[in-house]
Write a protein that binds this ligand. Sequence first.
Ligand code: FES
Length: 258
Amino acid sequence: MSWEEEEKPKGMTRREWVRLGMTIGAVGALASVGGLVSGQLLPPPIVASGTVRQDLLYTKFPTPQWWNSKDGEQVKVTDFGLWEGATGVWRGVYQGSQLLPGTGLPVIIIRVPYQAPQGTVPTASDLTEAKIVLPQGYDMFYDNGSDTQIVVLFDRCVHLCCYPGWHVVTNPPPLRNYLVPPPTYDVYHQDPVYCICHGSQYDPLLLAVNYNPVNSVNYVGATHVHGPATRALPIVPVQAKGGVLFGGMPDPRWYEYC
Ligand code: FES
């Protein structure tokens, strides 16, 4: 019996999940995947009659999820319970309320424990040394100063550009023989961000400076803790205005590798 036949009784096979993983980000955010090149990931520099929106908007997921009914709505910081996550789009080009297909960057939004002592965040001197400048008013995560912390990640795997997910795929389950101890699982028993295609995982509690060799730039990302990826998944710097999450572009090269 092939591995695919063995998995079939458990539900979707790995191949079916991989197909789904390849198209998840396409829903609502990207018209197609196969033909995309890096320059197409960012909104085109000139758009005849569209507006690039910096606020994050929900995108519908192909399987039932708590945020699917919010498709197209703004992402609010109060929407998230602890460890809840969702998919969204940032820098989409809109005509009225319509997102133009093929525009915007897919993102994952995750609420993590407030100031988790086991988490890591680059210091100001780490950023300076790496020549990283965050947009004014934006930080590496949202922090309301009392009890809520939210991390936003670019949703394209640094391995081969599939769409990692947050707690949306459990079959096959993510493996737990980690490269480095992830506090997300070791302390809080929550699986890290999981890319179904080849099993890479990223810990949203371990933010670190990494290097994107595709275009020679340092960036901040969620540390790679399992699988064939070789570096962190880039964050999106954020701030909240009126309770709505907005992303701030630090350097387009952080996100140009697919
Ligand atoms: S594309 Fe994500 S692990 Fe291969």
